[in-house]
Design a protein. Sequence first.
Length: 311
Amino acid sequence: MNEPSRMEQARQRLANAIQRHAPSSGTHRTAIPDLTLLHAVRTSEPLESVYKPSICIVAQGAKTAALADGIYTYDPMTYLVTSVELPIFGKIVEASPEIPYLSLKLCFDADVILDVAGVIPRPELVSSEPVRGITVSRMSPALLEAACRLVELLDEPEDVPALAPLVIREMLYRLLQGEQGPLLRSFATVGSQSHLIAQSVRLINRQYERPIRVEELAGAVNMSVSAFHKHFKRVTAMSPLQYQKTVRLQEAKRLMLSEAVSASEAAFRVGYESPSQFSREYARLYGRPPMQDVQELREATAVGAGGEGQD
């Protein structure tokens, strides 16, 4: 079978498997803890969330991921990899009731990456300079077929505990064999600059409501403040303070939408001391004051019959 036919057959298998286990619009958790499935019958407004280290594979439709200065488009011919936690605006750009958007998201951690990397002969050298923690690459038949097998495992729940870890390792093996292998390895390798920045990113995410001191973050990873700033921005496309601000505002928006808290309460809960400063920074990021933005989003969601979820 030639490669285009092999790819098309695998894409159809994957689409069918996702539809079986995500039959309605929205984000669907699965019996495989790190695997989620997404089904959407219409395009979406940009939805924000912090993407953990993961791979996103599309069976039908297309989506964009926006991070500060860049927009990354992925579709059935490509896949998205994030190697560090990043506050991303995701937008479904191709979807319809006839051909719904169908995708999977598989999260992974550095320990598994390093373990799998250890069995690959002649590993690529790890770059000494950090690189952007998000990228889009061309899909390979082997990776797509492994993704099919992972989702199809959900048809046989009793096989999941034994076989899912093996198929996930195969998917990571295919990733490491591909063009993104050196990038993934750099974020997983203890002591590399990318790994050190990833540690700082995790710390900010765990304590986003607390004031951060860049000098302390830099000292914790044995970098000068100027080097830390440079490397942090190279990985995340923003400064440490901009990163924290974006994570705070995303969480505040989630609180107002899902828990119906007021703008001032959301502001205090994510670490702002001044509700007026919160409102200014929120409007600068989202284009509207907090409660107006939330109200319009609720109305749009009601018209859209419940929304379409998010990777």
